[in-house]
Design a protein around this ligand. Structure first.
Ligand SMILES: Nc1ncnc2c1ncn2[C@@H]1O[C@H](COP(=O)(O)OP(=O)(O)OP(=O)(O)O)[C@@H](O)[C@H]1O
Ligand SMILES: [Mg+2]
Ligand SMILES: [Zn+2]
Length: 284
């Protein structure tokens, strides 16, 4: 910042000739030493195999992709490398979830379309892992990703029915349908209704049919809806039977839950609320 200001000051004092020089210098300094500005570099360790997209291209595309992914400020800091698994009281499932996330990034194949469903209690790190995966896929693979808050999305769709709002339902949904990798955060967080179920089905079915990868987080246990649990021999865990909490089946419908199992690998995350344990105001 200081250097920049000083240079501009010098250029201004020296008149237009110096200003031109400054511009030229800057351009020369920006030329990538790996590709000399062509955007292509020899394949590492095997130059005879030709050229590959240069790191500078991935970096500049990365910046645009990060902006396009619309990751909320609150989660901008989330990286897979920053996700700790050995804090006091950490559940084993947290380490397994991190390994699963890293493997997902390494093995990611956009043609496969298989995503992850991160299920767990409040503050177990689901959104952190989801965002960490998006950022890795952007940086290392140049994927077009999108963060989408489920509640916010449904609100925007509902809003689009209002005549005074310009955006149509399709305009709201198009990026959600088309993102190469979608992170749908807090699935089930909206009180269920026929409309909510239809909307969730539209989103998930469209992506499923197009073989696009969807990462999902939810607080609701991946268990059947109350009606199914009652009418079949599905046994509820003792804790759940005592105070029948709502399940993912209740919140998005049993048909959609079953579809999710085809679309995603289930990753369970148990343990304490990381926010309360380590991020409370008194902690720092
Ligand atoms: N294992 C971890 N290592 C480092 N930071 C963590 C870890 N788990 C959670 N955090 C941090 O704690 C905060 C809460 O995590 P996060 O939002 O991912 O939880 P969540 O499971 O999505 O919670 P919720 O169910 O309320 O949405 C975030 O700031 C996140 O970066
Ligand atoms: Mg979350
Ligand atoms: Zn380059």
């Amino acid at each position: 910042m200081c250097t920049e200001r000083k240079r501009i000051g010098v250029a201004a004092r020296a008149g237009s000739g110096a200003e031109l020089n400054y511009t030229n210098m800057k351009t020369a300094a920006e030329v990538c030493p790996l590709c000399a500005g062509s955007g292509w570099k020899p394949v590492a360790e095997a130059p005879e195999r030709g050229v590959t997209r240069c790191d500078c291209q991935l970096r500049s595309r990365g910046g645009a992709l990060i902006a396009a992914a619309r990751i909320p400020k609150r989660y901008e800091h989330c990286e897979l490398s920053e996700f700790t698994t050995d804090f006091p009281g950490a559940d084993r499932s947290i380490a397994l979830a991190k390994i699963g996330a890293e493997r997902f990034v390494q093995e990611f194949d956009p043609r496969d379309g298989k995503g992850l469903l991160l299920v767990g209690g409040i503050g177990t790190g689901k959104t952190h892992l989801g965002v960490g995966i998006l950022k890795e896929l952007i940086a290392a693979r140049g994927c077009a990703c999108l963060f989408c808050d489920y509640r916010e999305l449904l609100k925007q769709i509902q809003n689009s029915y209002n005549d005074s709002v310009q955006a149509t339902e399709l305009q709201v949904l198009r990026p959600v349908f088309e993102a190469e990798v979608l992170l749908l955060d807090e699935l089930g967080a909206v009180k269920p209704s026929e409309w909510v179920w239809d909307t969730v089905s539209l989103i998930l079915n469209t992506r499923y049919n197009d073989n696009r990868t969807t990462l999902i987080t939810t607080n609701f246990a991946d268990e059947p809806a109350a009606s199914v649990a009652r009418s079949s021999s599905v046994s509820l865990s003792p804790a759940r039977a005592a105070a029948r909490e709502e399940t993912l089946g209740d919140r998005i419908g049993e048909r959609m839950r079953s579809r999710l199992h085809e679309m995603c690998r289930i990753v369970k995350m148990d343990g304490p609320d990381f926010r309360q344990k380590f991020k409370s105001a008194s902690f720092g």
